[in-house]
Design a protein around this ligand. Sequence first.
Ligand code: SF4
Ligand code: SF4
Length: 388
Amino acid sequence: MTIISPIVFHRRPAAGDAIVGHRVELQLLTTLKCNLKCSYCSLGVGDVLGSQTVLGYDIDDLDRFVRTQLAGKEIYVTFYGGEPTLNRPLMEAVMQRWPQWRYQLQTNGTLLDDLPPWVLQRLSNVLVSIDGGEAITDGYRGRGIYRQVIKNLRSVRAAIGGSVTARVTWGNPATGFDELDALVADDSPFDWLYWQFVADAMYDGDSLERRRAVLRRLIARFFERRDALYPLIPLMGIVRNKLLPGRARELYAGHTQCRVSSHLINVMPDGSIYPCPDLMYAPQMQMGDVKGNWLRASPLQQTPAMPCAGCEAYAWCRGNCVKNLWLGYVKNDERYRRNVVDPICSLLRFIGEEVDRHDPQAWFQALPLPLRRQLTDCEVYEYVEVMP
Ligand code: SF4
Ligand code: SF4
């Protein structure tokens, strides 16, 4: 008897299927060069930093890609790098070609004053990397960088059309409450502060307890204020998610809040596309190519190997950072799991407990309506990971 095997049709994904939802964040790495040498730079892993110095696609390739793969989507671009302002011609060409898109710049801030006013005017948000106060920032980035960045920001602040967000990598256990608080003081050039716990083995000894002590004060300060929001995006986002858990899902279609599983795509200078900028060295993470004009769904997803389903924080954390979880629990890098992933998760759970101690419901009920609106709908949630 001849056995006829069933015919299986493998449907090529239709253009547009790869992105979940109606919006897409197109993170364009204009170059992998940088004019600084931050000691913890995540692009140093796999020697990504500096590896591509020439653009492998042109603006017409990008146009074709967008028209076929992203048709009908609301597009917001983040210029990313390396230091993206080192390739101003690409930034300007994109902004001129698609004036209807929203734009964000992720920069180290040292060259901000070189950007023309019309570019600054079109930016909905500028994320400026800084590590806290002067001593810690200069320790990681080089002497004089903190002052240079603040000076640049003050000189261009009025020309920037949107908001300015301090983007802090909280690496040093000595980072104190006062230096973070100063970044959002009334005379600061920053509107918002977003921090992320460093993805490096910097959590030994008493460093977790030192971070908890700072977090305790930041959270207390957050709930003290009722005249204005204390503009710390991770605390705002966590409180929002606890009060309105649906918000933690709706913008990301139930996936992780940093958008890598649903609608964030990182375009390398050579045109290859990856979901997370920290995993661009991993070939299995490639999800598309601008020049080849293809895009598939993000391969970076929650899996049962990750511990989130049984975690008390899941309802509001939603499994950030999924790259950390992937390295620790799918790639089974035990050292990374023990020294990076698990300590960060313990800090997240601590934040959740500390927020609950302050009765966020009662606090929210007492807020004036415009502040409630800021807490629930802040635009910066669309540009950063939300979870620290
Ligand atoms: S704290 Fe960690 S384990 Fe818990 S939901 Fe968040 S990422 Fe997952
Ligand atoms: S939070 Fe998201 S974008 Fe950031 S490193 Fe983790 S997976 Fe990547």
